[in-house]
Design a protein around this ligand. Structure first.
Ligand code: PBG
Ligand code: ZN
Length: 328
């Protein structure tokens, strides 16, 4: 093998055209999924304090936003709901007239939005008055009771017209139960994108402002994963795949690139990564302070997530990134 001085890796880096030719990873608009927060009311567009450029929107505004996304050629959204009323068992989550169900029906009623893929997040934490992801017995989240409600929520979303169901709760056995419930109600064609490997993370802080879903006591460590673990991530992904997940997700993304890489290598499944609220807000904040070049760091972070092995990325930067991809 030739080596230095005849071998020089810089040779392919001098000319911009050559650099483009040897690029290995591309961020495409087709990879992007944009999270949206739906709130009750009309003409509501409240900016989330900790997430500049991200809004809670009522359904009328949401429809305008979706039109903009279609124009930007962003192919998919994931919806989170802020309900009218919260209670101990998160009733609005599985109410056919709940905020998400109404939002999905409104989107699906618009012919100009017919190519927009609508994914719905399935969890109870936005709908419970205590902010936990399930039904409580004292301070303990009851697994199996919660899973049954999540299955009702999933079916209710599918009935409203959701294209993909994305359970984010991390209860045991929820993928199998949701699959069974969807199939029983004739939604055999609706895929499940499971938040298979979701870590208990400080990076979710701003989301809890956006979705008004902070737990009133304790944290989510009894169901979400410990940052320190990766063998367990493999077991989590494996069990969701066995239970029937069609797409598996790793979340957060940036601090867990090794996990994305391992999961993709090991299972070869369609793999999603969620660049979460804190990842977004940190880049936005540093950009606003002029401490970093926001666009550059945004594209670098998204490209790194793809390079690690993600096929698709849920990101609050979807619109900004789509505009930049356009220019290239
Ligand atoms: C709900 C859910 C959360 C996120 C997505 N779905 C919050 C949480 O688990 O506390 C986080 C997304 C983000 O931070 O952008 N279970
Ligand atoms: Zn939750």
């Amino acid at each position: 093998m030739a080596n230095y001085p005849s071998k020089r890796l810089r040779r392919l880096r001098y000319h911009p055209v050559v650099r483009d030719m040897v690029r290995e990873t591309y961020l495409r608009k087709e990879d992007l999924i944009y999270p949206l927060f739906v709130a009750p009311g009309e003409k509501v567009k409240n900016e989330v304090k900790s997430m500049p450029g991200v809004y809670q929107m009522s359904i009328d505004i949401l429809l305008e936003e979706c039109k903009e996304l279609v124009d930007l050629e962003i192919p998919a959204i994931i919806l989170f709901g802020i309900p009218e009323k919260k209670d101990a068992v998160g009733s609005e989550a599985y109410d056919d007239n709940g905020i998400i169900q109404r939002a999905v029906r409104a989107i699906k009623a618009k012919t100009e939005l017919k190519n927009l893929l609508v994914i719905t997040d399935v969890c109870l934490c936005e709908y419970t008055d205590h902010g936990h992801c399930g039904v409580l017995d004292g301070e303990n989240i009851l697994n199996d009771e919660t899973v049954n409600l999540l299955a009702r929520e999933a079916v209710s979303h599918a009935k409203a017209g959701a294209d993909i169901i994305a359970p984010s709760d991390m209860m045991d056995g929820r993928v199998a139960t949701i699959r069974k419930a969807l199939d029983y109600k004739q939604f055999t064609h609706v895929p499940i994108m499971s938040y298979a490997v979701k870590y208990a993370s400080g990076y979710y802080g701003p989301f809890r402002d956006a979705a008004d879903s902070a737990p009133s006591f304790g944290d989510r460590r009894s169901h979400q994963m410990d940052t320190a673990n990766t063998e367990e991530a493999i077991r989590e992904a494996e069990s969701d795949i066995e239970e029937g997940a069609d797409i598996i997700m790793v979340k957060p993304a940036g601090a867990y690139l090794d996990v994305i890489y391992r999961v993709k290598q090991k299972f070869g499944m369609p793999t999603a990564a969620y660049q979460v609220s804190g990842e977004y807000s940190m880049i936005k904040a540093a950009g606003k302070m002029d401490w970093i070049d926001e666009e550059r760091v945004m594209m670098e972070s998204l490209t790194a997530i793809k390079r690690a092995g993600a096929d698709m990325i849920l990101t609050y930067f979807a619109k900004d990134a789509a505009k930049l991809i356009e220019k290239h």
